[in-house]
Design a protein around this ligand. Structure first.
Ligand SMILES: [Fe+2]
Ligand SMILES: [Fe+2]
Length: 359
């Protein structure tokens, strides 16, 4: 990863450069803030070490310019200063520096600070990637963005409830809940591979069409798996893969694509199943009105132990008010269109007919 080092003093600049190169970073240098801004315009550098006091443009002005700019990526700034008064640190922070290292600097400390900057920047890339993937799916999926917002919030409500239960304490920690919130919007990314005549059909799917629709689970998981080859240990990719593959599995083993049952279905997918179906039921579709909360609740309760994990249905029943509030908070934009067609919001495989009920 590349670091931009901005310092007017030659010796200091060289020392920082050497330290960072030894730490495995590629280094580009500038002698003042103006020069550094020019470099940032031309190159996608996201880590900067900048001296506080410099001619032409000092570190403070540089920070202000970076933060007021319209860069689409976050630039992590470590400010180097010979000052050590707390008030200086506060004024540096107030203009947007992320961290401070005092001169003369300790090489190990500088490397550690840059490593943590790299982690922040990597997190941002991860979030951007998830968002980009979800947006890609949304561009072809008749479901609206509000659906994704509601589902991820329903998932969090359910997971927070499970976290308080002994049975789930080992699996559901804060990290699990954060990952679930971040990755649940990806559940239908495989729909990008479904042909328009099936995905956008404004009527119930035939058996053959439904077979095609079912493949969105496997196609989505394959997409995530290809990313896992690059990052085999990334927990968020693993969860995203489980969710895309298994969110239509049913607790009694009668779901798809593999017909796995009970706890064979990853917990994250069992949670998404309740959240996704509740949202499908309470949303308007071209062929049905939106269900009231109580009607959707009856359908969810009827599916307990069949479609859904009973523990998650119980979590839902204990948090009905939060579900209703979330539904109100993220309303559908009914004028939204997909491919110039009105949004029909039709995950046909989710309709209660598939749960053995009539619409
Ligand atoms: Fe789906
Ligand atoms: Fe969905």
């Amino acid at each position: 990863m590349e670091v931009l080092v901005v310092d007017d003093e030659v010796i200091s600049r060289r020392m920082i450069e050497n330290t960072l190169q030894e730490g495995g970073y590629q280094v580009t240098t500038a002698t003042n803030g103006c020069e550094a801004l020019e470099i940032l315009k031309q190159r996608p550098i996201q880590l900067v070490v900048v001296d506080w006091e410099m001619p032409v443009m000092d570190g403070i002005e540089f920070c202000q310019s970076v933060r007021s700019g319209d860069s689409s990526r976050y630039v992590y700034i470590v400010m180097l200063t010979s000052r050590s008064q707390p008030s200086d640190a506060i004024s540096g922070l107030s203009v947007g520096a992320d961290d401070f290292v005092t001169k003369p600097f300790d090489p190990v400390e500088l490397i550690m600070r840059i490593h943590s900057g790299r982690r922040v920047v990597a997190m941002e890339s991860r979030d951007l990637m998830i968002f980009a993937l979800a947006k890609l799916a949304e561009s072809r999926d008749p479901e609206t963005g509000a659906h994704l917002d509601r589902v991820r919030n329903y998932c969090r409500i359910l997971a927070l409830h499970l976290q308080r239960q002994v049975r789930f304490q080992d699996e559901v920690d804060d990290e699990f809940i954060r990952l679930l919130y971040d990755t649940s919007p990806l559940h239908d990314i495989g729909k990008v591979s479904i042909p328009d005549h099936v995905l956008l059909k404004p009527a119930r799917l035939t058996t053959d069409e439904f077979e095609i629709m079912k493949t969105h689970t496997i196609r989505g998981a394959e997409t995530i798996e290809s990313m896992m080859e690059q990052f085999p240990n990334a927990a968020f990719l693993k969860m995203a893969r489980d969710i895309t593959l298994s969110h239509h599995e049913k607790y009694d083993g009668r779901g798809y694509p593999h017909g796995v049952a009970g706890e064979q279905i990853p917990l994250c997918s069992r949670i998404v199943a309740v959240a996704d179906v509740y949202d499908a039921l309470t949303s308007k579709r071209i062929y049905k009105k939106a269900y009231s909360h109580s009607r959707a609740k009856s359908a969810i309760v009827a599916g307990s132990g069949k479609h859904f994990d009973p523990a998650i249905v119980d979590a839902f029943l204990d948090n009905e008010d939060s579900f209703i509030a979330t539904r109100k908070r993220f309303q559908d934009n009914l004028t939204c269109t997909t491919h110039g067609m009105p949004v029909t919001n039709t995950p046909f495989e989710l309709v209660p007919a598939m749960m053995g009920q009539e619409l």
